[in-house]
Design a protein around this ligand. Structure first.
Ligand SMILES: NC(=O)c1ccc[n+]([C@@H]2O[C@H](COP(=O)([O-])OP(=O)(O)OC[C@H]3O[C@@H](n4cnc5c(N)ncnc54)[C@H](OP(=O)(O)O)[C@@H]3O)[C@@H](O)[C@H]2O)c1
Length: 368
């Protein structure tokens, strides 16, 4: 077992630096804005478009579908969405990205792709109302690890304020569908065993708030991001190869994971395409986006074979922080009931891939 110390996120200026312990890697990588993509629901004209990822959709004329998205979905957008092809100026409005930093390089890059980038702050409901006014749908996400949320408050209560502001704003301007990027309620699902996983429980509190709001909604639950391996340093270089250090995990414990860049966008699009069809039962439903499932031993072995280097899973005794320790304990010890891939999302047309695909496409180019 390896002991490593938790690093206060507030003290990290360079979250991706080699000195950053991997469990802080849930931190945002600053500099890119929230972004949105648009798509049509209930299409009425033969105006099909294809995402390079392979799925087809078409727009409803004059529809205004705008979403607040996290960079998680933005990861999909810049490389996968040829906006000029997707959006016809006469029939559709462009997607709208929401950020606090419209002047950032990332915002400018998105604007250059045809995304409408606007400023709003999740702590400022009036700014959010302006941002989502006229939109059919909103994709909402909060970032617990933003310094204004945590460690501004040690339980990150601001995340709940932000989520409520976004729901209230959407409701007040008549948004028709709200997709909420959420996580399970750990305290509840662990029967009170793990009470300190605030970045989960805060998001789950918004599930309830949304339900009570009356705004038609669906929830996308994410899991351990596959992207953590390179964005957040979970695949750590050593003198002889790589290690994957994980607190509280044993060699046989299962991790469910979301391949965010590949699967979260299409999952959101699938909900947007189908929410108006009552027979699909999208509204009010929770969709865990389970892309992959593995033990870290299996993940390390799959990566080792693909990159032809030594890769070892390293169990870590503690992150030195109750929130992170209990999060990994919850992930390791409380089984995810949803199969991988989630058949409900498959039924809506989302195409998932294998661990081998993930490793070949994402890991080999970066680490081989
Ligand atoms: N890593 C994992 O394994 C994992 C797994 C499941 C869930 N999560 C959750 O994912 C969340 C982070 O998502 P992510 O990785 O997509 O984050 P991200 O890439 O940092 O995106 C968050 C976006 O929100 C925007 N934002 C933050 N605070 C804002 C505010 N007050 N007003 C307006 N916009 C704001 C930021 O834009 P600007 O800075 O430009 O304003 C940023 O673009 C966390 O809450 C974490 O708990 C992570």
């Amino acid at each position: 077992m390896v002991n490593q110390r938790f690093v206060d996120p507030d003290k990290l200026k360079h979250p991706r630096s080699a000195s950053t312990p991997y469990w802080t890697t849930d931190l945002p990588i600053n500099g890119r804005p929230a972004v949105s993509i648009a798509n049509g629901g209930a299409p009425k004209v033969p105006n099909w478009h294809r995402f390079p990822g392979g799925f087809w959709f078409k727009f409803r004329p004059r529809s205004q579908i705008r979403c607040l998205l996290s960079r998680s979905l933005a990861r999909l957008a810049p490389r996968a969405l040829p906006y000029s092809k997707l959006f016809s100026p006469t029939e559709n409005t462009p997607p709208r990205a929401v950020t606090r930093k419209v002047d950032s390089d990332a915002s400018k890059a998105l604007a250059a792709k045809g995304v409408e980038v606007v400023a709003a702050d999740l702590f400022d409901k009036e700014s959010l109302k302006k941002a989502v006014r006229g939109s059919e749908a909103v994709f909402g996400v909060t970032n617990f690890w933003d310094p204004s949320v945590f460690p501004a408050d040690e339980t990150g209560k601001g995340e709940i304020t932000q989520g409520k502001n976004l729901v209230d704003a959407a409701k007040e301007v008549g948004v028709k569908f709200f997709i909420w990027s959420s996580l399970p309620n750990v305290a509840k699902e662990s029967n009170g065993l793990y009470k300190h996983v605030y970045h989960y429980d805060n998001k789950a509190a918004i599930d309830e708030y949304l339900k009570a709001s009356g705004v038609p909604y669906a929830v996308l639950q994410t899991f351990w991001f596959g992207e953590n391996l390179w964005k957040l340093g979970s695949l750590t270089k050593t003198d002889t190869g790589y290690i994957i250090p994980v607190p509280k995990y044993g060699p046989d414990d299962i991790q469910s994971a979301t391949w965010v860049g590949k699967d979260l966008g299409p999952s959101a699009v699938a909900l947007l395409k189908n929410y108006t069809d009552g027979s699909k039962g999208v509204v009010g439903k929770v969709y865990p986006v389970v892309s992959l499932r593995f033990t870290y031993t299996e993940l390390a072995a799959a990566i080792a074979i693909a990159i032809k280097k030594e890769v070892k899973f390293v169990p870590v005794e503690t992150a030195g922080n109750a929130e992170i320790d209990e999060m990994f304990l919850f992930q390791a010890k409380v089984p995810v009931k949803t199969p991988s891939p989630n058949p409900d999302l498959v039924a809506l047309g989302v195409k998932f891939a294998s661990l081998s695909d993930f490793v070949q496409k994402e890991i080999v180019p970066r680490f081989a």
